[in-house]
Design a protein around this ligand. Structure first.
Ligand SMILES: [Zn+2]
Length: 208
């Protein structure tokens, strides 16, 4: 013996289900709209509170009424998210896709950052052979290799970011020349430091 349940059809997708699997809620539906009209209006204005008569447009009103509806689980979550308190399969899927896209984007931008940093480090070490001793260079090269390994072996952008910040740290520690250190710092985030420099310039001109 199976219990017989009343069935209902979903207000949104029209699927037919037994009522215990459906959700009931209220929606507002438009029942009509009164048309706008022109009329005379009087307002007071100015210091002497003069009265003026002018033509005024009275906007029409839209009328609503509440309607009780049945809907399926998916449509309930989609159309009444705050009330439902759970997510529809589609929402879960969309969120997963978004997360994957974000991960891909992060991975790509971390990879680009890493390549830029490697070029920058090589530029400074190659162009200033007298500044760095053998030990400095070997430490710096190890950190560069760690970045390359991170790019090749992982899909985890955080590992690449970690290798990037380690490499920067190692470069600062192993660069004995202050000017090169500052230039390196600047070219790592040129936009950020440009804004700070411009801001400082404006500040100092104002206070001159
Ligand atoms: Zn539905």
């Amino acid at each position: 013996m199976t219990a017989k349940y009343a069935t209902g059809s979903c207000y949104y997708c029209h699927v037919k289900k037994i009522k215990p699997e459906m959700f009931q809620t209220n929606i507002e539906i438009k029942t009509g709209r009164s048309s706008g009209s022109w009329g005379l209006g009087r307002s007071q204005y100015g210091k002497k509170r003069r009265k003026a008569t002018h033509l005024r447009y009275n906007a029409g009103r839209t009328y609503y009424k509440n309607k009780k509806i049945w809907c399926c689980r998916e449509c309930y979550a989609d159309n009444h998210p705050s009330e439902a308190g759970f997510k529809s399969q589609r929402q879960i899927r969309n969120e997963r896709v978004k997360r994957e896209e974000q991960k891909k984007y992060n991975l790509k931008s971390s990879g680009e950052k890493a390549i830029k940093l490697i070029k920058l480090v090589k530029k400074y070490t190659n162009n200033n052979p007298k500044v760095f001793n053998q030990k400095n260079l070997s430490e710096i090269n190890t950190s560069l290799n760690n970045i390359t390994k991170a790019i090749e072996n992982t899909n985890d952008y955080e590992k690449i970011d970690e290798a990037i910040s380690n490499c920067k740290e190692i470069f600062y520690l192993n660069c004995p020349n202050l000017k090169i250190k500052l230039l390196f710092r600047f070219w790592n985030s040129p936009i950020f430091y440009s804004i700070i420099i411009i801001w400082l310039l404006i500040f100092s001109i104002k206070n001159f």
